[in-house]
Design a protein around this ligand. Structure first.
Ligand code: XMP
Length: 305
């Protein structure tokens, strides 16, 4: 439990002290971490905050439109950078290298946008587990270990770096953010690129995006999981019509968790799993097989990479 009133006052003071009279850019992804940071920074420095949404091409279906709608009351810059991100990921198969490529691209896009606006400070929604995992060598989060060592920003401000996810949600409640944001499932910074095993191509991202949309549509409301999503495992054989095909294998993952350090699979009735499998293979012709992941964390992680 966090004392939200105390935390909010302290965070606002910290942002004001760090930013001074400088303009500050930040990535607003629409998740709870970045939304809390934006709300704190808006209170702290008002118009000196420049929120930017980067459409990396690695986001979920309809995400860019959703962000525009949710944040219609603030002036949000939407930067289209799909080609840039996919270009940076070309030929990369190693998960850590993918995270670093995405992290580096984020910073370069931000530096470019910040230059246009005359901003020297970067505000990030880094939370405590991101730091522990990056330092512990578990995985580089795009906003911690995945960041390039050389940056043009003079200051990086991380007002929620001491909080766990459930504490961030408490602060979101105290800041009166919409329920949809407060309870939004975590989504990794490198986006769908880490939900495709191996190289993240435009085609694979499109398949996993569509499958992910179906999984969320079927599971979010009904089971209220910590996270549920689809991942693309690779190619396998299948039969469609009279033809033996080589099609994608999609894994469905749904877990309950308190803080993502441990997790257990959601107990989904078999009939519902069959329905999800049929829907994915019917709607996405290139998918030949759908599997449900029954592994807890540990030994598995929540994501596949
Ligand atoms: P794992 O897969 O390690 O994930 O069990 C734990 C939590 O972290 C999220 N995750 C990430 N978040 N950048 C992020 O911002 C990343 O690179 C990243 N990788 C995993 C994951 O979705 C889960 O909530």
């Amino acid at each position: 439990m966090v004392n939200t009133k105390k935390f909010i006052a302290k965070a606002i003071e910290e942002i004001q002290t760090s930013a001074g009279s400088e303009k500050v850019v930040m990535a607003l992804s629409g998740g709870v971490d970045s939304s809390v940071c934006a709300a704190l920074a808006a209170r702290a420095i008002g118009d000196n905050l420049i929120p930017i949404y980067i459409d990396t091409g690695l986001m979920r279906k309809g995400e860019t439109e959703r962000i525009r709608q949710v944040f219609s009351s603030i002036s949000l810059d939407v930067v289209q950078a799909e080609d840039e991100f996919l270009g940076a990921l070309k030929g990369i198969v190693d998960p850590e290298a993918k995270r670093k490529a995405v992290g580096e691209r984020f910073i370069r896009v931000f530096e470019r946008e910040a230059k246009k606006k005359g901003a020297k400070c970067l505000l990030q929604g880094t939370i405590y587990p991101d730091i522990i995992e990056s330092q512990g060598g578990i995985k580089s989060h795009h906003n911690v270990g995945g960041m390039p060592t050389k940056m043009e920003f003079t200051k990086v401000i991380e007002p929620i770096r001491d909080l766990y996810k459930d504490e961030v949600r408490e602060v979101a409640g105290a800041l009166c953010l919409p329920k949809e944001i407060q309870h939004r499932m975590p989504f990794p910074g490198p986006g769908l690129s880490v939900r495709v095993i191996g190289e993240a191509t435009k085609e694979k991202i499109a398949v996993v995006r569509e499958a992910n949309w179906i999984v969320e549509d079927e599971l979010v409301e009904k089971y209220r999981p910590w996270q549920c999503f689809a991942a693309l495992l690779g190619l396998g054989t299948g039969v469609k019509g009279d033809n033996r095909i080589h099609g994608w294998i999609v894994a469905v993952r749904a877990v309950h968790s308190r803080d993502a350090m441990t997790a257990e699979p959601v107990n989904i009735p078999f009939d519902h799993l069959m329905k999800i499998g049929s829907r994915i293979t019917a709607d996405i012709p290139s998918v030949a097989r759908v599997v449900y992941d029954v592994t807890a964390k540990p030994p598995a992680t929540i994501e596949y990479e």
